[in-house]
Design a protein around this ligand. Structure first.
Ligand code: M7G
Length: 312
């Protein structure tokens, strides 16, 4: 749906995250007394448009000249000067926290800790997966579906991720969302899901090659643990995309997941899984209550005479 609207009516309450290198700004706002999260991100250059970028339509103003060195501030024409804006409204407290910069901690989640702490948490506190069911039931984003295998057990829908502008192939980002209900995360996977996982890997990669001309050797295909949304989905990125989501403390490559399960049916039920939580995450608080961080006090200084204390 392309409609001309504006940000009239949005009031900024706080800057919750910003990054000059990655060129994004996340804001906590209100609109009509409802909380909103607004994510602003400069879009990549379109390298097929260099003729237009370096043309009369781009206005430049010199800021420095020294010998052969010249710098300018440049104003590109509107169609080449994009900012992607994502709005979450009404946003819950949890959404605001999700996008707020904060300290991270590593958790080594044993099978026991999963059952005792994590599972009760995600059954109670996880984000709603309404948007996922809207896609699976074709109520939303139906026109964006790139591929569907409609089998209820081994099928999935492949479509562009909300994070992708749909244009720049170097930042290609698609999601494969499984049709099967009840698979929360990698923790639930075993040999019975291999046909599903292999379909996603093979059919997903084939379709991306056909539709976008990007071969499997250029794709990073992975599952998050912990995910934000506990309905199994697989991330497909162009290998050139730098995204915080593929860090070692979150991303599990789909080929590894498949091979681990092939070797051991209960691999993901038995394995200690390592991941990052952030200080405002409910899960972090629950692990704190569990005494998980007791051996590694976070805010206490080592010793008042220690040089480490002075340096930190
Ligand atoms: P995740 O691993 O559960 O959590 O991935 P993360 O968001 O913390 O990475 C969910 C993925 O689904 C993310 O890459 C989101 O950008 C994407 N996503 C989230 N929503 C709400 C939507 C949506 O409404 N539509 C689409 N197409 N993608 C979404």
């Amino acid at each position: 749906r392309e409609e001309s609207e504006s940000f009239n009516g949005f009031k900024v309450k706080a800057v919750i995250n910003e990054n000059a290198r990655q060129k994004y700004l996340f804001l906590h706002c209100t609109k009509n007394d409802e909380d909103a999260v607004v994510l602003l991100e400069k879009t990549p250059f379109d390298s097929s448009m260099t003729d237009q970028i370096l043309s009369d339509n781009t206005k430049i103003r010199q800021t420095l000249q020294n010998d052969i060195y010249h710098t300018y501030s440049a104003l590109l024409p509107e169609n080449l000067n994009g900012v992607k804006a994502t709005v979450i409204c009404p946003a819950s407290e949890k959404h605001i926290k999700k996008y707020t910069e904060q300290e991270s901690f590593v958790i080594q989640e044993t099978a026991e800790l999963y059952t005792k702490v994590t599972l009760p948490y995600l059954e109670k506190h996880a984000f709603s997966t309404k948007w996922v069911y809207n896609i699976l039931e074709k109520k939303k984003e139906a026109d964006r579906i790139v591929f569907e295998n409609a089998d209820p057990d081994t099928g999935f829908i492949l479509l562009p991720d909300m994070k992708w502008d749909g244009k720049d192939l170097n930042s290609l980002y698609l999601q494969a969302i499984v049709h099967k209900h009840g698979l929360k995360s990698v923790r639930d996977l075993n040999k019975s899901h291999l046909p599903l996982l292999n379909n996603i890997l093979e059919e997903g990669a084939d379709v991306i090659n056909q539709e976008y001309g990007i071969p499997k050797s250029k794709l990073r295909i992975y599952i998050h643990y912990q995910p934000s949304y506990y309905h199994l989905h697989v991330h497909f990125n162009h290998i050139n995309l730098e995204s915080p989501g593929f860090d070692a403390d979150r991303a599990h490559l789909l080929v590894d997941v498949i091979e681990n399960i092939e070797m051991n049916d209960s691999y993901y039920q038995d394995k200690t899984l390592v991941y990052r939580v952030r200080e405002q995450d409910e899960l972090y608080k629950l692990y704190q209550d569990e005494g998980y961080f007791v051996d590694f006090p976070i805010n206490t200084s080592i010793s008042s005479n220690s040089s480490l204390t002075a340096a930190s």
